[in-house]
Design a protein around this ligand. Structure first.
Ligand code: PA5
Length: 443
């Protein structure tokens, strides 16, 4: 199996009867999610996106990506949250740890922070290197990407003159927002974020696919994996649908006080896949005083930092450990004559063998430390399996949020801080909030 979960280590914490009480509820949520009359129809377009994938759109993505690869050394992707985390996750998971390759278009990111040093250094970094830009914002109004785009657009104008228009590609809502207006009025090329797909569910739209294609990721294989997951996870019975069993297990654990989920892996290249996962679950579930707080770690590195807490700190943590069964690349430990480090007992063991043993040892230790552990196995780390994983977690996340009674697709909490920023930065229309906020800051 390409991707599978094992819930056996939860039996000490949740019994099967408890789970079966939710069978009908899950099945009803499933029917509602898939119904053409679903109450969240306007936000659930991701659910069968891979099945409906438009071949012409994929071909257009690949053709513009080829042009960029021919003509530029750097693609700057400007976006924040769901507008960049998916692409970065897949790109980093499939890129070498160290690379001297200089003939490849490098994909770098901007607009995901408000650091002046970052934008200055980015401008210095692209000097003397040919540049294209992809601005991604569904709303077109998010401040962080908007200010970076203003800076980078001015730079591109100065450097490329009229050609700048050909070098900036917009990814945004099909009809609304300032970026769509810019595309229409000034003739920038653009891709569409489907109206019924929100930021954190958009990795399999041009939001993720276009930067990935520029980075030489096989987006067709990524979509094939997602397609397989879409078909596999179409069943309403949670015992035959691991995304739903995962969602249900999390829900029941949260009810028992396990309010923190650690997503762990023993492969450092998954670090940004987990950043994507954290946003997906954190922003979808953390509402109305509910939700599990998503955290991620890379073992064995973090066993030497917060590992102690996981083993023996306050018992409110459960862990989901993602293991990659087969590694494309490995290294074997050799026998040395004088056994200076007394490690000859490891002769002929590969790093992957030892890492797998470290994983099994950690699972047993954490289980003994009263940490519920969910085990996820992925056959290998490639586009197909990552496509499967991305869809798996999207489906699980929607079910999980619905189970706890929150809307997976809005983010009212994110809006609160955005309103405060706009008010304190004097955006017209926010005057009354500004006064009140400034008084509070003066106190
Ligand atoms: O998941 C979401 O909806 C958010 O994280 C958005 O992706 C993020 O806020 C960026 O929004 P936008 O693409 O409108 O700039």
């Amino acid at each position: 199996q390409a991707f599978s979960l094992n819930f056996s280590l939860l039996s000490k914490f949740i019994n099967e009867d408890e789970k079966f009480k939710y069978a009908e509820i899950i099945s009803n949520i499933h029917e509602e999610m898939h119904a053409s009359t679903s109450k969240d129809k306007g936000a659930i377009g991701w659910i069968d996106l891979a099945l409906k994938q438009n071949r012409e759109e994929v071909d257009r993505i690949l053709s513009v990506a080829n042009e960029i690869r021919d003509k530029s050394a750097v693609l700057i992707v400007i976006g924040i949250g769901g507008s960049y985390l998916g692409a970065k996750a897949v790109q980093d998971a499939l890129s070498p740890y160290f690379s001297k390759q200089t003939d490849k278009t490098e994909v770098i990111y901007a607009g995901q922070n408000m650091s002046g040093a970052y934008i200055n250094q980015l401008l210095q970094y692209i000097e003397n290197r040919e540049v294209y830009v992809n601005v991604i914002s569904k709303s077109g109004t998010t401040l962080e990407p908007a200010i970076s785009f203003r800076v980078i657009k001015s730079y591109m104008e100065k450097r490329y003159g009229e050609e700048m228009k050909n070098r900036i590609i917009l990814t945004t809502d099909p009809t609304n927002g300032l970026l769509r207006k810019l595309a229409k009025e000034e003739g920038f090329r653009s891709f569409e974020v489907p109206a019924d797909v929100g930021g954190r569910f958009s990795v399999l739209t041009p939001v993720g696919l276009f930067p990935l294609a520029v980075g030489e990721i096989d987006i067709k294989a990524l979509l094939d994996g997602a397609k397989q997951a879409t078909n596999d996870l179409m069943i309403s019975n949670f015992k035959e649908n691991e995304a739903y069993e995962y969602a249900l297990s999390r829900y029941l654990l949260e009810k028992k006080g396990y309010i923190l989920e650690i997503m762990a892996s023993f492969e450092p290249s998954l670090r940004n896949v987990f950043e994507w996962w954290k946003q997906l679950f954190g922003e979808s579930e953390g509402k109305d005083g509910k939700g599990i707080f998503p955290v991620s770690v890379t073992y064995t590195t973090d066993l030497h930092s917060i590992g102690q807490y996981v083993q023996a700190g306050k018992r409110q943590i459960f862990e989901t450990i993602l293991h990659i069964r087969n590694q494309k690349e490995d290294h074997t430990l050799k026998y040395v004559d004088n056994n200076f480090d007394q490690l000859n007992f490891l002769e002929n063991k590969t790093f992957h063998d030892m890492n797998t043993i470290a994983k099994n040892s950690t699972i047993l230790a954490h289980y003994d430390g009263e940490v519920p552990v969910i085990q996820v196995e992925m056959n290998q780390l490639d586009e197909y399996h990552l496509g499967y994983l991305l869809y798996f977690f999207q489906k699980a996340c929607a079910m999980s949020a619905y189970l706890s009674g929150v809307n997976p697709f809005d983010q009212p909490g994110v809006e609160s801080y955005k309103n405060n920023i706009f008010a304190l930065l004097n955006k017209p229309g926010y005057e009354s909030i500004k006064e009140e906020l400034e008084e509070r800051l003066d106190q």
